[in-house]
Design a protein around this ligand. Sequence first.
Ligand SMILES: CC(C)(COP(=O)(O)OP(=O)(O)OC[C@H]1O[C@@H](n2cnc3c(N)ncnc32)[C@H](O)[C@@H]1OP(=O)(O)O)[C@@H](O)C(=O)NCCC(=O)NCCS
Length: 157
Amino acid sequence: MQAEIREAVTSDVESIYRLLAPYSLENIILERSRKDISNSIDKFLVAVHNSAIIGVVSYYDYGPMLKEVRSLAVKKGLGGRGAGSELVRELLSTLHGKFPGAKVFVLTYSPAFFIRLGFVEVARETLPEKIWKDCDHCKNRDNCGETALVFDRGTGK
Ligand SMILES: CC(C)(COP(=O)(O)OP(=O)(O)OC[C@H]1O[C@@H](n2cnc3c(N)ncnc32)[C@H](O)[C@@H]1OP(=O)(O)O)[C@@H](O)C(=O)NCCC(=O)NCCS
């Protein structure tokens, strides 16, 4: 399956919302409202196949030198065909183009997926305190199994 990766536009908001919603219900990814998606649509990339959005990724901006990969998901039933990897690679390329030298990190329940793409696990304490603000609203805050990883150009496949 060859998906086209492109920047998201406002008319994609509903499709992005519907793609993410089942995963946020499962607490795998952070909940995103339509308004929240719409307000940060310039930070989303989408994977398109047969004119339909089948994958999405976004980033959160902690300033010019720190970015977080967020809201990565591939439509249920279409995983394992490369779209997730393509989305992350394209996002990294976009971020490194716009913000040379920026640190890109992710908090995830799927560390192995990101390690394949060149991320390395780091101790959570090495990331700045401001990134933990979302934890206050998380249902899993007292029992968090997420792994923190930082992109390292040298280790990707
Ligand atoms: C994680 C996710 C985006 C991966 O997308 P995908 O399109 O299935 O990934 P790819 O097809 O590019 O996978 C590339 C490789 O990683 C592996 N992989 C995929 N998901 C994985 C996971 N969760 N953990 C470990 N390895 C994984 C694939 O098996 C594949 O390996 P292969 O090339 O040896 O077959 C997708 O599974 C998903 O939407 N998961 C639910 C939401 C989620 O967990 N998002 C991440 C939050 S940070």
